[in-house]
Design a protein around this ligand. Structure first.
Ligand SMILES: Nc1ncnc2c1ncn2[C@@H]1O[C@H](COP(=O)(O)OP(=O)(O)OP(=O)(O)O)[C@@H](O)[C@H]1O
Ligand SMILES: [Mg+2]
Length: 378
């Protein structure tokens, strides 16, 4: 097991910078998920850690050893890819043992073979693939193939596990099962893991810490709760959550201590501390799941008037789609109790508790934070 240090990591292809000064420290035994949209540089970052891609700039360390120029087979990493990459002509047992045989382990040949056989059967038992050890990959289901790929990485007892969208080829049911298996394996072996996905649900359920990336840069690093509760900017706010956070950029008005945004949002007084002047535009963020009928919220941070244009019933809850604002219409999605009486065409007054109201700078998209303001005025 190893600590992984990434310091100002850069990757360029010709003129294009695809990983742009990424800095991240990963603790021993930690499960870190790189999350971001397609093309943001997740795979490239992972491949640089594995040694499959040259590092253009910056430093990569395992524990305190610089790894930049160490060849991949000397890094002791286990990799699992999206497309399994099993050897089609080998049985499951041979696929599992192949990496070990090519490692040239010390000891008498016969002892080494016995040791490898034991490791194969232990790994197969752990992943519940003992009964298919003599099958070839094409005779396996998708989930079994993925478990063989995991087993092949696991059996080498790597210092670092690197996984690139390992669940994306599985159907929804199987994905949930293999995901839970991954969590269980990590609990048991505590191998430092870097896991790449563009699925925020996967990221939030698996990660100790989530690294949200966009356009080659890190937007935020935090626990699942931190990136959900305190998104650092509008990108993270919208990317995390399904549906993503509602974001409305509106002019702010202070009048006799009352604060309004546009013609359909009222904010509680405490937010005045974050807003400099009347007329300033600000971006307000509220998650769909954080609206409730105005009478049900004791200390509302925001009260919003919404015109509902479409109500979708989804069994456990309903999603209302509509607009906020008359002069400047902004789209909104609200998630309400299935028992809510609201209907298409209704005009609803909904409220959000103060802790679920987010404000962002309208220009930069950065979170406006009480702590920052306190520091700025100190
Ligand atoms: N060999 C290459 N040559 C040129 N550009 C490349 C190369 N490999 C990747 N890129 C570019 O680098 C950027 C990042 O690619 P990367 O594969 O890291 O994205 P990703 O975050 O893994 O996306 P996805 O979720 O689609 O897998 C993309 O714009 C891609 O086109
Ligand atoms: Mg990728």
């Amino acid at each position: 097991m190893a600590r992984v240090g990434i310091e100002k990591l850069v990757k360029t292809y010709g003129e294009e910078t695809v990983v742009d000064h990424v800095t991240l420290g990963i603790e021993e035994g930690e499960f870190v998920v790189l999350l971001g949209p397609s093309g943001c540089g997740k795979t490239t970052t992972l491949r640089m850690i594995a040694g499959l891609e040259d590092i253009t700039g910056g430093t990569l360390t395992f524990d305190d050893t610089v790894m930049n120029n160490v060849p991949p087979d000397r890094r002791n990493v286990g990799m699992v890819f999206q497309n399994y990459a099993l050897y089609p002509h080998m049985t499951v047992a041979e696929n599992l043992s192949f990496g070990l045989l090519s490692q040239r382990r010390p000891g008498r040949r016969r002892d080494v073979r016995r040791e490898i056989r034991n490791l194969v059967s232990q790994t197969a038992e752990l992943l519940e693939i003992e009964h298919v050890l003599d099958h070839r990959p094409k005779q396996l289901s998708g989930g079994q193939r993925q478990r063989v790929a995991l087993g092949r990485a696991l059996i080498r007892q790597p210092s670092v596990f690197l996984m690139d969208e390992p669940l994306s080829n599985l159907d929804a049911n199987l994905r949930d099962r293999v995901r839970m298996e991954l969590a269980r394996l990590h609990d048991r072996f505590q191998v430092t893991t870097v896991y790449v996905t563009h699925d925020q649900g996967e990221a939030l359920t698996l990660a100790d810490r989530v690294v949200v990336m966009n356009e080659g840069k890190i937007c935020q690093v935090g626990t699942p709760a931190e990136v959900y509760d305190l998104p650092a900017d509008t990108f993270v706010a919208h990317f995390i959550g399904t549906p993503g956070m509602n974001l409305w950029t509106l002019p702010c008005e202070h009048r006799a201590g009352e604060i309004s945004l546009g013609d359909s949002v009222e904010l509680s007084r405490e937010f005045g501390l974050l807003l400099d002047a009347s007329g300033e535009r600000v971006t307000l963020g509220i998650r769909p799941e954080h609206f409730a009928p105005v009478d049900d919220v004791k200390h509302p941070g925001a009260v919003v008037t919404i015109r509902l244009e479409l109500v979708e019933h989804l069994g456990s809850h309903l999603l209302g789609h509509g607009h906020v604002g008359e002069a400047e219409k902004q789209p909104v999605v609200v998630r309400l109790d299935a028992s809510s009486p609201l209907r298409q065409g209704d005009i609803a007054r909904l409220a959000t508790p103060a802790r679920s109201v987010h404000l962002f700078d309208a220009e930069s998209g950065s979170r406006l934070d009480f702590r920052d303001r306190a520091l700025a005025t100190a």
